[in-house]
Design a binder for this molecule. Sequence first.
Ligand code: DLL
Length: 436
Amino acid sequence: MEKRYFNKEIETMGREEMKALQSERLVAQVKHVWENVPYYRGLMEKKGVTPDDIKGIEDLHKLPFLSKADLRDQYPYGLLGTDLENCVRIQSTSGTTGRRVVAFYTQHDIDLWEECCARAIVAAGGDKGDVCQVSYGFGLFTGGAGLNGGSHKVGCLTLPMSSGNTERQIQFMMDLGATILCCTPSYAAFIGESLKEAGYKPEDNKLKAGIFGAEPWTEEMRRDIERSLGIKAFDIYGLTETSGPGVAFECEEQNGMHINEDHFIAEIIDPDTGEVLPEGEKGELVFTSLTKEAFPLIRYRTRDITMLTRERCSCGRTLVRMKKPMGRSDDMLIIRGVNVFPSQIETVLLKEGYTPNYQIVVDRVKNTDTLDVYVEMNPESFSDVVGDIAGDADKLASAMKTMLGITPKVHLVAPKTITRSEGKAVRVIDNRKLHD
Ligand code: DLL
């Protein structure tokens, strides 16, 4: 029988029992931080809170937030929760601006992180006997290391491919009969496209599932990837600060990601006021780690915008679910006063039958914001007469206007002219920053 859970006891634990476990762990984690991280102790003192005030998860709201700015400020060792000699690994964010965030791990931290990833692989149908191709980048990025470790824990035959060299990815996938593919959704789309070009049909490969995350992707893109690879595509979420992928993962219901609540408490707050919002409301996701030794984080503001639900999931897991984050508060573009998320543009493109290859360019001309969207034509429409192409562009612009409330300038470009991504896709070029 197909194995459904990696850790059934935890994944299906009753709510009261889970709350008791979280409370016990929170008390210990706060004490650990108070004693070992002078910076966070300072934040607590400023707010007038001591570990004695934290008796359980109902007291979580008393604790101060931690932000990315704190992490950058305390780079590299300021938030370390244990002696450096107890640490065995660092990983780091892929961030291109400012100081990178460096996260530290003890062996215990790596073990729990890998277990989180193992839960994700099993939830996607993985088991011993599967061949798991890990095509997330290896190195400082957490994607490769996390899924690689999780795959070992499940007992899959693991192909540590890293990203890039797509020809070799395809050769190994076909020759070794990979059954599970782990990579960013944009790279999965590219692999699908490359397989087709190499003359393969979706049914020619042995893949059954994909575990895709590290960047926002729409339901439309999920269906596109599922079709092109002939698989079921599962979402996975995480961030370097909280250890990496596996903080939350999707089950066969493909309806939100279960958060590994025995290791992380999730809250949703109003990003402007910091007020905790009730279940079902949209806001900024905040995580508190419960078990980490080297890089514990209390009330860390992720800037990811999403919502939580405790509605029963028919997979049997009782772990709270988070909705697909459709963008970060700092990814949101404000164009002529209107809030625009790149994912909204992606939704329109795929609905209108285009591929998920696009780039958004924002600029400011004579004090007015401009929005240009470059979209690849399908090979069929590429051969159309010029008049038809202009008509197609207008049609797309008006569909986007309906979704966004503002009209972009749509440029239909030749197939294969927008650079493909092997890791996280660069969707937005905001030139306004150059003029500020
Ligand atoms: O992207 C960790 C990861 C690796 C997750 C592999 C999943 C798979 P960072 O580079 O630190 O870590 O980036 C974290 O990426 O705050 C989100 O904004 C975004 N993100 C991650 N997963 C998803 C997802 C890794 N499934 C940042 N959907 C996070 C949408 C995601 N956004």
